[in-house]
Design a protein around this ligand. Structure first.
Ligand code: GTP
Length: 598
């Protein structure tokens, strides 16, 4: 039957171990794209992905493979991101698959996100096919990595494919293993329709386009469908698959992964995690869906032009369709006006969201410093969740404050254990355990405040271990900490969007560094601008932006034309991300200065 010839799988790995390159080779080997169309990391379709060389979005494609048994198989392959900030993409794609190809770098071995992704695959009961990639590298040690996969992960790796995605080695073997080892999907074609939405995107012509895994039944254009959680009803206008370009189909059936369009304009009607059923013959219950993601970090997003507030709301709603982990709600700032407090899974995610809003929706934005959510316990016995530092109640009204901690696991070669521990202590970490992965590598576990992890922990970790450490973490709970809020005053006025919360031990130093930084970043005016940091009403640090004497623009006219053009260009770009706060122009950079306060 057709169903017995379908294989649904995702490709997972630690970042940079080669998932996207493996996908490229599968597309080539199955002649899904012509040689002319082929380019590296073909499934990374966003410009941002290609520029940064990382996968941000999952991508589901259909390829057809003629196997050694003479039969043609239909593969639905889902390429996923490797970075922790995008793990929600991985977990949603795994819920749609029956198997996972686990790619492990032959020179680096099992890393933190290798393990994290394996756990996600196991939670979804997936068949895991290990593949050891990059065997062409001089430092490759496939046999050691094979042993590591067995010891650390505890899965049989005796038949793991040894591959070089770069040189095209091992791909035929992988394709045969997919046919032989990944189970064909189950599901009854005559049963009431149940299709899980695991991704979506907005198309201005077709409306919301949903990526689905059909678990039971059949769906085709003309069918009336109902979204079981939202209750909304629509008529299917089109179904199809991406291969890798959209190809229309007459139907999708139990076991298929494909797309559905139904002229859906209201974005709230069809969220990832919802189940589609038919109106005529509805299923009794919805599929389990997904655990919603809790953001790790929040920041304020404000349009530089206040009249663009509604455009920003619309842009965020559309982007949310394509980024199910994005959360936002309206907030106002005295300094910045109307905007949105937005939740992210990490700083890379925050960066990507800001860039996508600017590129795909033409927004000009100011992003305020990221903050974790604190719990303030007040003297009247309440607990206030504070995701925006300026909203922390008065110190006199607070009994104590708690902050989120993570359980972090850091995999690192022996010789760097000392460096890792030193860094973790500096960042207020509490040692948990240390296990040997093999003779050379250790898995060190710590409890560390999330705020410390988010800021510059990862960069420091990488530089202190010459890039050899990998990190994964999950929220472990809230703990009481000695925290204070620092307010920043420009020209005597408190700028709410610049407030931040910090541990008491670091308060003095951070205040000093931040006032010095702001002095460098904020453009001079023809009057003096004092920059002050305050805890409550007490000024703890101060710097002064001197007034300029000469007209700086006159310089532009004296320089050579090349230099002049550059200067003007720089000014233009600088201006774009600037917000007038009272009498002072505050550039975007100033809001991020707290991140670099060391
Ligand atoms: P993310 O999607 O960002 O998580 O990365 P990824 O796992 O998809 O890795 P990607 O395929 O982008 O490859 C990362 C880097 O490794 C790229 O520079 C590839 O060219 C390189 N690479 C991939 N496979 C091989 C291989 O077999 N040998 C060698 N030497 N390099 C490889």
């Amino acid at each position: 039957t057709r169903q017995s010839h379908i294989r649904n799988f995702s490709i997972v790995a630690h970042i940079d171990h080669g998932k996207s390159t493996i996908s490229d080779r599968i597309l080539e080997a199955t002649h899904t794209v012509t040689e002319r169309e082929m380019q590296n990391q073909l499934l990374d379709t966003m410009d941002l992905e290609r520029e940064r060389g990382i996968t941000i979005k999952m991508n589901a494609v259909e390829v057809h493979y003629k196997a050694n048994d003479g039969e043609t198989y239909i593969f639905h392959l889902v390429d996923t991101p490797g970075h922790v900030d995008f793990s929600y993409e991985v977990s949603r794609s795994l819920a749609a698959a029956d198997g996972a190809i686990l790619v492990v770098d032959a020179a680096q071995g099992v890393e933190a996100q290798t393990l994290a992704n394996v756990y996600l695959a196991l939670e979804n009961d997936l068949e895991i096919l290990p593949l050891i990639n990059k065997i062409d590298l001089p430092a490759a040690d496939p046999e050691a990595v094979r042993a590591e996969i067995e010891d650390v992960i505890g899965i049989d790796a005796s038949e793991a494919v040894l591959a070089s995605a770069k040189q095209g080695i091992g791909i035929p073997e992988l394709l045969e293993q997919i046919v032989a080892k990944i189970p064909a999907p189950e599901g009854d074609l005559d049963a009431p329709l149940q299709a899980l939405i695991f991704d979506s995107a907005y198309d201005s012509y077709k409306g919301v386009i949903l990526t689905v895994r059909v678990k039971e039944g059949v769906m085709q254009p003309g069918d009336k469908i109902r979204f079981m959680n939202s209750g909304a009803e629509y008529e299917i206008t089109e179904v199809g698959v991406n291969s890798p370009h959209p190809v229309k189909r007459d139907f999708l059936m139990a076991g298929d992964i494909g797309y559905v369009a139904a002229s859906i304009k209201n974005i709230r009607d069809a969220r990832p995690g919802d189940t589609i059923t038919s109106v005529k013959n509805p299923a009794a219950e919805a599929l389990p869906g997904y655990q919603p993601m809790t953001p790790m970090v929040y920041s304020g997003l404000y349009p530089t032009d206040n009249s663009k507030y509604n455009d920003l709301r619309e842009a965020l709603e559309k982007l949310q369709l394509n980024d199910a982990s994005l959360e936002f709600e309206p907030e106002t700032s005295q300094a910045l006006g109307f905007g949105f407090r937005t939740g992210f899974l990490g700083l890379l995610h925050m960066d990507v969201v800001q860039e996508r809003l600017e590129r795909e929706f033409d927004m000009e934005l100011i992003t305020t410093a990221p903050s974790v959510t604190y719990h303030a316990y007040t003297t009247d016995g309440e607990m206030v969740e504070v995701a925006n530092p300026s909203e922390l109640p008065e110190a006199s009204a607070i009994k104590w404050i708690e902050e989120p901690y993570v359980h972090a696991q850091i995999m690192v070669p022996n010789e760097y254990v000392g460096a890792v521990m030193e860094l973790a202590q500096q960042k207020r970490g509490e040692f948990d355990t240390m296990d040997y992965l093999d003779q050379n590598r250790v898995n060190v576990k710590y409890y560390i405040p999330l705020s410390e992890i988010i800021f510059d922990f990862f960069d420091k970790l990488k530089s202190n271990t010459r890039g050899y450490a990998s990190l994964d973490y999950e929220i472990s709970g809230y703990r009481q900490s000695d925290l204070v809020k620092i307010d920043i005053l420009l020209n005597g006025d408190k700028v709410d969007a610049l407030s931040f919360i910090v541990h008491k031990d670091f308060a003095q130093e951070r205040s000093r560094i931040i006032t010095a930084k702001l002095k460098q970043i904020i453009p001079r005016r023809n009057f003096e601008i004092p920059v002050q940091a305050a805890i409550g009403s007490k000024i703890v640090s101060r710097s002064t932006i001197k007034a300029y004497r000469k007209d700086v623009t006159s310089k532009i006219h004296t320089g050579d034309p090349d230099r002049r053009a550059k200067l003007l260009d720089k000014q233009k770009r600088g201006k774009k991300r600037m917000k007038a706060v009272g009498t002072v122009d505050v550039p975007q950079e100033a809001f991020m200065a707290v991140l670099k306060a060391e």
